[in-house]
Design a protein around this ligand. Structure first.
Ligand code: BGC
Length: 749
């Protein structure tokens, strides 16, 4: 603890301490100026500042100060580029400093369990490795500027429906491998100044007072020493929260919880040391925040607008490019259809809503690059078709060389606070796209949306470009990609399923009667589609380029390792096309041991690589313990089964041309507990068990029966007690119990 913090702590009364562990107002922490404890401020996050200097209130985008609206989380993750995330973190840090903000409330790292979650546009991925890598880079980028982050929402905040009370039933392995893993590396490596505990319950306890997630995992296992704050209004039992590691309640509580804290300390049900620990975390944060405040700090918002365009370009995903319809040629006549070309949808609704410094739409930027005619074609305010607008669009489409439709989800379709109930675009847009494609097959659909949509017209559009919610400069970025000023290099950070009914959580989202079962377990996103060998619309990791890349010469430096060791994987990638571009080399690991049920393959590494035409680069990855491990609840730890692992390398989860093998030996066996109910195959696999059975039964009718394939198969799953019965006294119950005791003893040594 810092000396200054110790001094402050020693001077505070119980009442002052109780007051300090909740907010002074919507955005400020409590200050005691006379004692030299200054005031610091926090602001949303995550992809732009939402700082309310006047009239602090929960959702008021219009009265927040103008700030750069960068691409939202879903968009940023599609860059698959740690540098991009770090750059955004740094830029946001600069803006925060200039506004006197000490902590930005982000990044938001929750896993996309279902494409329906209303806040998916803020979240990174369906994959915990990709999500935590994005968060790590963002946090480091911002905190290196002296501005804190709040990694949120801890944890398993995967739906908006009943988000303040929903009780999620999640098994421990799934929690660890999927939902907590999204936070883990970011917590351990980037050390966020703060973490925001979420609204929901997990297995019966609120996240803001959760003994397992907050105390056991975050504090004890991951050794997190920063501050944990509640999401706004998420505190349920304040005293239980303090006991389990929730330091700061946000916003304030009108003194109600202060009284409860004081009473609990006086009654001895809340140890003073526990309160002091929370107070110390708050004071440490105030100290760190105030230390970096610089009244002279300024920020060049116009350069941030240009940066926002550059960032957005890295994130755009070219989903389809049949007959090389893209890039558009400057001399081609192009009909642009759809109001989003003029009035972009570039961010989502709720607490992340930013008051942008300016907005750059695609249409004027495209007009500078080519021969453009524009028509509305549909309205964003209504789902009904406008026959006159449709007729005009169809007539124009017939006379232009190419048609580009700016389609997407209207604001009301997705937002914080509620989930979607379907995955469709408005029907008027789907109908128009289909009709236009009939008139002019050279059709490109550009999408603005925060999460996947079904595409009934996928076979008719020659080109499909996913822009997600690209921030205030998304129009400039899109125009440059469409005209080939820049080469697209984004890849999907989530699967686009064919239809909602295919999705892993379809039968259990958003739950009922206040509860939701995570029955799909670890099979989230591509882990599910791959295990079920299901066709998808576009797979996780997919993204095209205007050039072509080739992977060759995959090598692993060792053919066998112990799980405590590591293996270096190297692969060469060459740009065999005619223009400069960036590719994303993705590495997935497959456990073939079959010891436990696991996803077919899981993403364990990736790298974004820029290559000139003809250029070749070597990419290297190091795989260690966690690259091969699953979470084993029986030993409460990560474990690697002994066996052969296949390392797949490619450009998407379903485009993995190269593979290599490595044998990994486990150093962490799961201690077995034998009993009379242990199946015979497990008994026979142990030398002691095998000896007893062979000694007693090798000449018996049972052994003769065991030679028949069907009977042998049946016997392998037969418990020891049944063999005792069937052996007609050749193996007595006493023998069997002695064997069980000997086997259990051997396991322990
Ligand atoms: C959201 C948080 C946000 C907070 C403050 C909550 O409703 O869940 O993400 O940081 O409000 O605006």
């Amino acid at each position: 603890m810092k000396k200054r913090v110790k001094q402050w702590l020693s001077k505070l009364t119980l009442a002052q301490k109780a007051r300090l562990v909740s907010g002074a107002d919507w955005w400020r922490l409590v200050s005691y100026e006379k004692m030299g404890i200054p005031s610091i401020m926090v602001s949303d996050g995550p992809h732009g500042l939402r700082t309310q200097k006047q009239n602090p209130q929960p959702f008021g985008p219009d009265d927040s100060i103008p700030a750069t609206c960068f691409p939202s989380g879903a968009t940023l993750a599609s860059s698959w580029d740690r540098k991009v995330l770090a750059t955004v973190g740094k830029a946001l840090g600069d803006e925060a400093k200039a506004e006197g903000v000490s902590v930005v409330l982000g990044p938001a790292v929750n896993i996309k369990r279902s494409p329906l979650c209303g806040r998916n546009f803020e979240y990174y991925s369906e994959d915990p490795f990709l999500a935590t890598q994005c968060a790590t880079a963002y946090i480091k980028g911002m905190q290196d500027e002296g501005v804190g982050t709040s990694l949120k929402h801890f944890c398993a905040n995967n739906q908006e429906d009943h988000r303040l009370t929903i009780d999620e039933h999640i098994d421990e392995r799934t929690l660890r491998e999927i939902y907590l893993s999204a936070f883990e590396t970011a917590v351990k490596e980037a050390k966020p100044w703060t973490i925001m505990a979420s609204y929901n319950k997990i297995n019966g306890s609120y996240a803001c007072e959760h003994p397992y997630t907050l105390k056991h995992v975050l504090r004890d296992d991951w050794k997190y020493r920063g501050l944990v704050m509640s999401d706004w209004g998420a505190t349920n039992d304040r005293v239980a929260g303090l006991k389990n590691g929730l330091d700061l309640e946000m916003p304030g509580n009108n003194g109600l919880n202060d009284k409860k804290i004081i009473q609990a300390v006086k009654k001895g049900t809340l140890p003073l040391e526990t309160l002091d620990e929370a107070v110390a975390h708050v004071l440490e944060l105030i100290y760190a925040g105030a230390k970096h405040l610089d009244p002279k700090a300024t920020c060049d918002l116009s350069s941030h607008h240009l940066l926002a365009a550059e960032i957005a370009k890295e994130c755009i995903v070219l989903l389809k490019n049949q007959n090389e319809i893209l890039p558009l040629g400057s001399d081609e006549t192009v009909l642009v259809v759809g109001p989003f070309a003029r009035t972009p949808r570039y961010q989502g609704g709720g607490s992340s809503h930013v008051h942008p410094t300016q907005i750059e739409a695609a249409l004027p930027c495209m007009e500078k690059l080519g021969k453009i005619t524009f028509t509305e074609g549909f309205s964003v305010d209504s789902d009904a078709e406008d026959p006159a607008a449709v007729a005009k669009a169809l007539e124009l489409a017939a006379t232009h060389q190419k048609v580009v439709v700016f389609a997407g989800m209207p604001d009301a379709y997705e937002s914080e606070g509620y989930d979607r109930t379907h995955m469709q675009l408005p029907p008027n847009q789907n109908a128009l796209i289909t009709a236009l494609a009939k008139v002019n097959p050279h059709l490109v659909v550009v999408l603005s949306n925060g999460s996947p949509v079904e595409m009934p017209w996928v076979g008719q559009a020659e080109g499909i470009v996913e822009g997600y919610l690209g921030g205030q400069a998304s129009g400039k970025a899109m125009a440059d990609i469409l005209y080939g000023v820049d080469n697209p290099s984004g890849h999907l950070a989530e699967t686009f399923p064919l239809r909602l009914e295919d999705t892993p959580a379809y039968l259990n989202f958003p739950g009922a009667q206040g509860e939701v079962d995570y029955r799909e377990g670890v099979f989230v996103g591509y882990r599910y589609y791959d295990a079920r060998k299901m066709p998808v619309l576009f797979p996780f990791g997919h993204g095209l380029s205007y050039t072509t890349f080739r992977l060759t010469d995959l090598r692993v430096d060792k053919s066998a390792i112990q799980d405590t060791g590591s293996v270096t994987v190297t692969v060469d990638v060459t740009n065999i096309g005619a223009r400069c571009g960036k590719c994303v080399v993705q590495l997935y690991v497959q456990d073939t041991s079959n010891e436990v049920i696991r996803p077919v393959r899981e993403l364990k590494e990736f790298a974004k690589v820029e290559l000139q035409p003809g250029e070749r680069k070597t990419v290297s990855f190091t795989l260690g313990y966690r690259s091969f491990a699953y979470f084993e609840p029986r030993i409460e730890d990560w474990r690697v089964p002994t066996g052969e692992y296949v390392i797949h390398v490619g450009f998407s989860s379903r485009d993995l041309p190269l593979s290599a093998k490595v044998r990994v030996a486990s150093t962490r066996p799961v201690p077995k507990v034998f009993s009379l109910n242990t199946p015979m195959d497990e008994i026979m696999n142990h030398p002691l068990g095998r000896k007893l059975v062979m000694d007693r039964l090798s000449h018996s009718p049972l052994a003769a029966a065991g030679t028949d394939k069907m009977v042998a198969q049946m016997m392998t799953t037969m418990p020891l007690r049944a063999v005792v019965d069937f052996s007609q006294g050749l193996i007595s119950e006493k023998d069997a119990l002695a064997l069980v005791a000997a086997l259990n003893k051997a396991e322990k040594t």
